[in-house]
Design a protein around this ligand. Sequence first.
Ligand code: ADP
Ligand code: TZD
Length: 596
Amino acid sequence: MASVLTQAPPAADDAPKAKSREAAITSVLHPQESAAPLTDGFHLVIDALKLNDLNTIFGLVGIPITDLARLAQGEGMRFIGFRHEQHAGNAAAIAGYMTQKPGICMTVSAPGFLNGLTALANATTNCFPMILISGSSEREIVDLQQGDYEEMDQLNAAKPYAKAAYRVLHAEDIGIGVARAIRAAVSGRPGGVYLDLPAKLLAQTMDAARGKQSLVKVVDAVPRQIPAADSVRRALDLLKSAKRPLILLGKGAAYAQADAEIRALVEKTGIPYLPMSMAKGLLPDTHEQSAGAARSFVLAEADVVMLIGARLNWLLSHGKGKTWGGPKQFIQLDIAPTEIDSNVAIAAPVIGDIGSSVSALLAGIGSGFPKPSAEWTGAIAERKDKNLKKMAVTLAQNPSPMNFHSALRAIRDVLKTRPDINVVNEGANTLDYCRSIVDMYEPRKRFDSGTWGIMGIGMGYAIGAAVVSGKPVVAIEGDSAFGFSGMELETICRYELPVCTIVFNNNGVYRGTDVNLSGGKDVAPTVFVKGARYDKMIEAFGGIGYNATTPEELTKALLESIASGKPSLINAVIDEAAGTESGRLTNLNPQSAAKK
Ligand code: ADP
Ligand code: TZD
């Protein structure tokens, strides 16, 4: 039921002297309405969200949204309060990715909004649905630039970084504003939407019954988009003609929640597949058709590549160059028609939602569909075997202090026993090694730096994933990466979330051994305090801290932490000389890039 202000306004004869102008006008023009229950902007926002099953807000309070947060909690919504808006935004974004419903982030005006904007832009870049709702200052003052409290033209600031941006000025438009925001966030290619709510709007009152009628329950927010039959036929023909076919699964495929159909397509065709990092687990990494351990080989050697919810951006070397070896033909399944031909020519685009497109392909694959040759699958198996054996030797070593491999081996072996656990991962070396060493077994369980390679998603994603799934989260973090969101440990402890953060502490960004080129007193730009004890940070908030210097200690701490379900942090001491500059992205540094 729509909430109403508990008190109807007083009858005309006992009205307080300082009656608002609107109320005075209402009672003169519509005397029959003056005794009717009223609602206001605060309640209409809450009712509009709840009506659309959006029951959690990730945010940070202040003028003008403190009451909105308080009332939302009072009305049964969950409000998760953060220490910095960027992390609230990241939590909302990952919630959106996990559920296909827009995650809601709420902030105050100007600086709070801008802190949230990084997360909104990151969500849009990664195709995650979220809505950033920010309070804003008075339009009249902002537009004349008269210097209001936290003055900023937020709507225009948001536009370049959001899929859509809307402002609501009248209480009766709140329902429509929220509906538009939801539809824009989740339909087609998902993304971040900005919703601007001026302070004055929240305080506006209107007749409660009319307010209720103004709300919109969004019908079919994510309509199926059926691919054209001829596009499916073209794709099947090309696939049939392939000598060395490859399927590439991206996080769009994971997002689509068409897990069974995708698995059926892979298994029915027998085509080897490669998961992008967040698509790991869509099929278990141990699946025999996974070409993960022969990545470079299959990218270079395949002749027809079917991209399912993956873009040919920098993460895939733009579909060209040395990585891709000989000539290729691409099939691309995507919901966004303009993604096609964005980097290289796509021979067979299939535009539709992934569930529908994969189902349509499956329907066209009969028993006579040619299986990939034994020559191709055999060559991949051989390469996989060779690479896995080589990796096993590296992983079996036990250097002291630990290196990335020995620490990740310990984590891999624990996580193997708990495929339901969510994994958050960021850093440079920590990200690159973890992606290839730690196997995933279930869809949408791995959340990482994504399309931008952004640092700072760690604790926000961990909190979002824990809140949405109710399952444990293990966040595997470089020490630099962790620093961006470390204060949210307090949030994790406050809400008693089952998050275990493992900080790969190698005393700096990438490594801890750089020296100041001038020989001066300041440490090098990449170096941190040596031997820091990140485990002590969580103890300050009542969480459990562990210091692990060996794989055995790390295993024990992680097992204990998962069993307890309590907020915890493991300071994993890693050799400060173990990392390489920029992890595997050394080639993107300007000096190396110039040499190419
Ligand atoms: P990755 O980084 O894993 O390679 P990207 O984020 O680059 O993945 O690509 C995801 C792609 O998936 C985007 O082009 C997006 O338009 C597409 N996409 C997202 N959701 C769907 C969906 N439900 N159906 C079809 N395509 C989708
Ligand atoms: N700032 C932001 C927002 N994103 C970034 N990607 C960077 C800075 C640059 N950067 C990287 O690309 S990785 C990284 C930074 C600062 C941190 C690497 O150090 P780490 O990880 O300690 O987190 P490793 O495992 O020790 O390499």
